[in-house]
Design a protein around this ligand. Structure first.
Ligand code: FAD
Length: 419
């Protein structure tokens, strides 16, 4: 496994539970450090993944702030939550180790070892001694985040045509109402993106701005002060940590998941939902699927692309449709100016709290779209368009399949992963 983020750690756990000798390499000094994510997520989905409730802070109100008006959704029971990111990642590391995986930190992977076109290991450098090392493996899992280091060097990963670039302050803000999470849109706070204030307990609030490249060259850091001025309860607040990070805003079929001897998982495979750049629970599930198939390949003595394709198929079955719709919606939303947002605010206010949270969570199931369609004539048309977007073309799931444009050079934060 290359990368000890949520994708790599879940894959390691599943592979080890499946009986495979498993090694995770990460260039960092510590799991979950630095934090490069705001940790917004959903309670039901995290419960399903076995994440203990002590590792997230639940919220009971979502406030969506447009350029001139807002929509507020209240929940009798918490639906959304904000993760203790470092706590969760270290918990996942412990679970992987308990299952039998070994973890090696300060191990910077430099390139894959290729034998007859198949990945059969990686070369890495020990961060302390500087020594060049090699690890051989029946199956290599690239979970290196948006850099997709192994998959790119193995030859076929085209890179991501579009990425979200986020800047965030982790504030101590005791005056903030910890029951609510705030999302903000509009040219004053996040042109071609959105801003957020996510409480994660103990008076701490992650305040961030994310924009999408190449749709804009604007620097999200320039907007943080304006956002802070618009969010209630931040008087006297001050940052305790500063974060930046990149997340692919990829079409779900645009990045390769499989090659000979290689599985690609998490941000490396563009598996976050591009709707709001939410990835953690998706990549954990992808890790479960990839690790299970990796162990199966080791048991069967067959690491061919044909065998490993089981992972790509399982992923597509579970998430392909919803992520396709999420990407289509994202592509539309990044074009909105302030007038377009304000025109749609009454429509957003017509959506009841439950369905609003489901949409935010990337649930575009026909049942939900049908329910929305009965609420408002304009929602009916929107629901129809969303349903149509889900029936898009499945592109390549193998490294050699092609189909995506090459990635532009990334700019902004260092490219050291988003974990
Ligand atoms: C600003 C921002 C806000 C976000 N907000 C949310 C949110 O609210 N909710 C949500 O669910 N998701 C959010 N995301 C997305 C989420 O962070 C990612 O989808 C998730 O972290 C992907 O996990 P991963 O394991 O695939 O990759 P990462 O978490 O990036 O982990 C990759 C790991 O690989 C290691 N690595 C990289 N290169 C090498 C190498 N050469 N050798 C060895 N190790 C290497 C890195 O050190 C890192 O530990 C956000 C992302 C950003 C950037």
């Amino acid at each position: 496994m290359v990368g000890a983020g949520p994708a790599g750690l879940r894959a390691a756990r599943a592979a080890a539970l499946g009986g495979a000798r498993t090694l995770v390499l990460d260039k960092a000094d510590a799991v979950g450090v630095p934090v490069r994510t705001s940790g917004g997520s959903f309670v039901t989905e995290l419960d399903r993944l076995g994440v203990p409730a002590r590792l997230y802070h639940p919220v009971t109100r979502l406030r969506f702030v447009g350029p001139r008006s807002e929509a507020v959704y209240d929940y009798p029971e918490p639906v959304a939550c904000v993760l203790d990111v470092r706590g969760l990642y270290q918990h996942l590391a412990q679970e992987a180790i308990a299952a039998g995986a070994a973890l090696r930190l300060r191990a910077r992977v430099e390139e894959p070892v290729l034998t007859g076109g198949a990945a059969t290991g990686v070369r890495f450098r020990d961060g302390l001694s500087g020594e060049a090392c090699e690890a051989r493996a029946r199956v290599v899992v690239d979970a290196s985040g948006h850099a997709a280091l192994v998959a790119r060097r193995a030859g076929g990963h085209p890179g991501f045509p579009s990425v979200g670039y986020g800047a965030e302050l982790d504030l101590f803000a005791p005056g903030f109402d910890e029951r609510e999470a705030v999302l903000l849109v509009g040219s004053q706070v996040a042109p071609r993106g959105y801003a957020w204030a996510f409480p994660h307990g103990g008076g701490r609030v992650r305040l961030g701005v994310g924009v999408t490249r190449p749709h804009t060259d604007l620097d999200p850091r320039a907007y943080l002060e304006t956002v802070a001025a618009r969010v209630p309860g931040l008087r006297g607040a001050s940052p305790v940590e500063v974060h930046t990070g990149l997340v692919p805003a990829a079409a779900p079929d645009g990045a390769p998941l499989v090659a000979h001897g290689l599985l690609v998982v998490g941000d490396a495979a563009g598996q976050a939902s591009s709707l709001v750049g939410e990835g953690i629970r998706y990549v954990m599930r992808a890790g479960d699927l990839a690790g299970g198939v990796a162990a199966g390949a080791v048991r069967a003595g067959d690491a061919s692309r044909g065998f490993l394709e089981r992972y790509a198929r399982a992923w597509q079955r579970e998430f392909g449709r919803d992520l396709r719709v999420a990407h289509a919606v994202h592509e539309r939303l990044v074009s909105y100016d302030d007038a377009a947002w304000e025109e749609r605010m009454p429509l957003l206010r017509a959506i009841p709290p439950g369905p609003f949270a489901r949409l935010l969570a990337g649930d575009f199931s026909p049942g939900l779209l049908l329910e929305l369609g009965t609420r408002h004539p304009r929602l009916l048309a929107t629901a129809g368009r969303l349903a149509a977007a889900g029936v898009g073309r499945r592109v390549n799931s193998a490294l050699t399949g092609g189909g995506s444009r090459p990635s532009p050079p990334l700019s902004g934060p260092d490219s050291g992963g988003t974990g």
